[in-house]
Design a protein around this ligand. Structure first.
Ligand code: CP
Length: 336
C-alpha cells in the first residue's frame, strides 16, 4: 500500500485489513505505555491548506505514538501566502526527506496530484480534498460502527474486539444533511457499501449532488419517513458547510430554521430508532442546526468515541503505508 487517497475502489480485503489493523492499534492505546517503536526514524509531514482540529491532531498523535518524527505545516504563516505552488511545496518536502505526507486541501484531487505528479517519493494520505474524499474519516466511522453494532469491546477500549475480521453486512446506515458539500458522505457511501452495509442519504433536494444516482446508495428527501420506516442502525449527521455555500456568504435554502425542523436530529427523532441504534457526527458540529445538544450528548451518541477511534485508524493507515508492505492496493501504483 503506497497511498490512501479514496475509499472508492478500495477493495473489501484492504478495507478489512485497515479495520483489523486499527483494532490492533486500538488495543495498544488502552495500555499504560501507548508508544510503539514501529516508525522510528521515519518522517511524517502534516500539510494542511484548510483548517482542521480532529484530523490534524489525530494524525499527529498517531504518528507520534508510532515514534515517527512529525512536521506540522499549515498554509497560514507559510510561503503559500507568498504564492508558492503545491508543486514547489512538495519539492521542498521531498528535499527534507518526508516519508509520508498527510494533506488537506480545498481542491478536489489535490491529494491525487501530490501522489502521482512525481514531485515526491512519499506515501500520501488524503486528509480531505475539497468536496471529494476524506478516507480516514470513513474508516474511523466504519470502525466505530463495527465495534458497536457487530463486535463487543468495553467502552474504555479494553477487552476483546469480537468484530475483528467482520464486515458490516445487514446494517442500515442513514447519512443525513448537507451531502452536496460533504467529502465525508461520499467516502462513507463507498466504504460502507464495500463492507456490505446499506446506505440511505437523506437531504433536501438543494443539498444533493448532481450524479448521486450513480452512487451505491438510496436517496430520500424525508428524514422522519426514513427513520420511522427504514429503522436505521446508525444515523450519521453531516455538518451544514455554510462556508462552501453561495460563494461563501453562508446563505442556503432551506433556511436554517426550516432545515433544522425537517432535517435536524433531536431527542424526538432519536426515540423513533431501534434501541441499539447509534448517533454519529464527524465534527465539527453546528449544535442547534443539524443536531440538538440533547442528541449530541445522548448516551447513544458515539461522537466523542469517533474522535478517539481516529487515532487508532490513522496509526493503522500510517503503519500500512510506511511499513513496507506493498502487497495491498487497488491499481498498478499500489494506491488505495
Ligand atoms: N471530521 C473532521 O475532518 O474534522 P476536522 O475538520 O476538525 O479535522
Amino acid at each position: 500500500m503506497k497511498h490512501l487517497l479514496t475509499t472508492q475502489g478500495l477493495s473489501k480485503d484492504d478495507a478489512i485489513l485497515l479495520l483489523d489493523t486499527s483494532a490492533q492499534m486500538a488495543a495498544t492505546q488502552s495500555r499504560e505505555n501507548k508508544k510503539l517503536p514501529t516508525l522510528r526514524g521515519r518522517t511524517v509531514v502534516n500539510l494542511f491548506y484548510e483548517d482542521s482540529t480532529r484530523t490534524r491532531i489525530s494524525f499527529e498523535t498517531a504518528a507520534k505514538r508510532l515514534s515517527a518524527d512529525v512536521i506540522n505545516f499549515s498554509a497560514k504563516g507559510s510561503s503559500v501566502s507568498k504564492g508558492e505552488s503545491l508543486k514547489d511545496t512538495a519539492l521542498t518536502l521531498h528535499a527534507m526527506g518526508a516519508d509520508a505526507v498527510v494533506v488537506r486541501h480545498s481542491a478536489s484531487g489535490a491529494a491525487h496530484q501530490l501522489a502521482h505528479a512525481g514531485w515526491l517519493d512519499a506515501g500520501v494520505l488524503n486528509a480531505g480534498d475539497g468536496m471529494h474524499q476524506h478516507p480516514t474519516q470513513a474508516l474511523l466511522d466504519a470502525f466505530t460502527i463495527r465495534r458497536h453494532l457487530v463486535g463487543n469491546v468495553g467502552a474504555d477500549g479494553r477487552g476483546t474486539d469480537t468484530s475483528v475480521g467482520a464486515d458490516l453486512a445487514g446494517l442500515r446506515i442513514a447519512v443525513v444533511g448537507d451531502v452536496l458539500h460533504s467529502r465525508v458522505a461520499r467516502s462513507n457511501v463507498y466504504l460502507l457499501r464495500t463492507l456490505g452495509a446499506e446506505v440511505t442519504l437523506v437531504a433536501p433536494p438543494t443539498l444533493v449532488p448532481v450524479g448521486v444516482e450513480a452512487w451505491p446508495c438510496r436517496v430520500s428527501y424525508h428524514l422522519d419517513e426514513t427513520l420511522e420506516q427504514w429503522q436505521p442502525d446508525a444515523v450519521m449527521m453531516l455538518r451544514v458547510q455554510r462556508e462552501r455555500m453561495s460563494g461563501g456568504s453562508g446563505s442556503f435554502f432551506p433556511s436554517p430554521m426550516e432545515y433544522s425542523r425537517k432535517f435536524g436530529f433531536d431527542a424526538r427523532r432519536l426515540a423513533v430508532l431501534p434501541d441499539h441504534a447509534i448517533v454519529m457526527h464527524p465534527g465539527p458540529m453546528n449544535r442547534g442546526l443539524e443536531i440538538s445538544a440533547a442528541a449530541a450528548d445522548h448516551p447513544r451518541s458515539v461522537i466523542v468515541e469517533q474522535v478517539a477511534n481516529g487515532v487508532a485508524v490513522r496509526m493503522a493507515a500510517l503503519y500500512l503505508l510506511l511499513s513496507g508492505d506493498d502487497s495491498a492496493g487497488t491499481d498498478e501504483r499500489n494506491t488505495l
